[in-house]
Design a protein around this ligand. Structure first.
Ligand code: PEP
Ligand code: MG
Length: 312
């Protein structure tokens, strides 16, 4: 019965009491964006631009980049599209990004830090995103930086975005950013929580290691507490805080996330209907009450058990 419900679900997502929940797609290129636009996704919550360049030996020109980004904007006219600047490095090396051998690449020059070893790379990409937005008549292009760890980085990135009429945001995937959420949110217009890396860095457990799966679990209460810090900061500031990591695709966890103040959920296109169906079974109040209890759990098992009891 649930499978039939999922198959026929067509959105938009709302809780049982009618609170709309913005559900978005994670995409890596124009083809994926076009596929997502034929789904109930209301837009793109994470465009992973580095995945366009996994085999590029030289940095594509601003015009070439603008053409690629423009395909994603074109797939979702008049909808929210969040472009993430290059998150190359660590598990996603990009040939033109001058990655050096590092002892610990997940803790090395990746994400926004690429600008340190590739002068101008962030500016050129922002030029390309601004060009693509202009070419496609996008009024409000959302752009976010990965791996932001200091308020100064957020300040600098936001300045570059605003110079180009881009709406600046940052990913929350380093615990430091969640811990100082209010200060970071004073600099930017939105947050998007990357639960894959936030979990990896909170639990000191490599996201690529299947042996560590019990640690790389976003149901870990320590991770949920950091998500709550970011969500609370968003509520206080009246600014959107989304989740774009795998956690958003777990239907029960999606309910917990909105209970923690998260305002949008972005996930693989195929995961959207199951999340939409589950959201429709719970009220916002139920999600809030459950979330407050779940962040007090002493381990991920108890957190999941509480969610099953309170939300399904
Ligand atoms: C994340 O870290 O959760 C995220 C969404 O980014 P990526 O998986 O691309 O690192
Ligand atoms: Mg990440």
């Amino acid at each position: 019965a649930l499978r039939a419900e999922v198959r026929s679900w067509s959105g938009p997502a709302a809780t049982a009491d009618g609170t709309h929940v913005q559900v978005l797609a994670n995409v890596q290129d124009g083809a994926a964006a076009r596929k997502a636009s034929a789904s109930p996704a209301e837009g793109v919550g994470l465009f992973r631009t580095e995945l366009c360049f996994l085999t590029a030996k030289t940095e594509p020109s601003v015009a070439e980049q603008a053409g690629i980004y423009g395909e994603v904007f074109a797939a979702f006219p008049d909808s929210k599209v969040v472009v993430r600047t290059l998150d190359a490095g660590s598990d996603k090396p990009v040939p033109f990004a001058n990655h050096e051998e590092e002892e610990n690449p997940a803790l090395g020059v990746r994400g926004i830090r690429l600008g340190w070893t590739n002068p101008g790379i962030v500016d050129r990409q922002l030029d390309a995103i601004a060009q693509a937005a202009e070419d496609n008549g996008v009024e409000d292009p959302w752009v976010m930086a990965p791996m932001i760890a200091t308020v100064d980085e957020a300040f600098e990135f936001a300045g570059k975005c605003r110079e180009r009429n881009l709406k600046p945001g940052i990913m929350i995937e380093v615990p430091a950013a969640a811990l100082l959420a209010d200060q970071f949110l004073a600099e930017v217009d939105f947050f998007s929580i990357g639960t894959n890396d936030l979990t990896q860095y909170t639990m000191a457990a490599d996201r690529m290691s299947s042996k560590l799966a019990t640690l790389t679990d976003p149901w870990q209460p320590a991770v949920l507490r950091l998500i709550k810090m970011a969500g609370d900061a968003g509520t206080r500031a009246g600014k959107p805080v989304g989740v774009c990591g795998e956690a958003a695709a777990d239907p029960l966890l999606a309910c917990v996330l909105i209970g923690l103040g998260i305002t949008s959920l972005s996930m693989a296109t195929g995961a959207i209907p199951a999340v939409g169906v589950q959201l429709g079974k719970v009220t916002m109040e139920q999600c809030r009450e459950a979330a407050q209890k779940i962040v007090e759990a002493r381990n991920s098992r108890d957190a999941k058990e509480l969610a099953r009891t309170l939300l399904s």
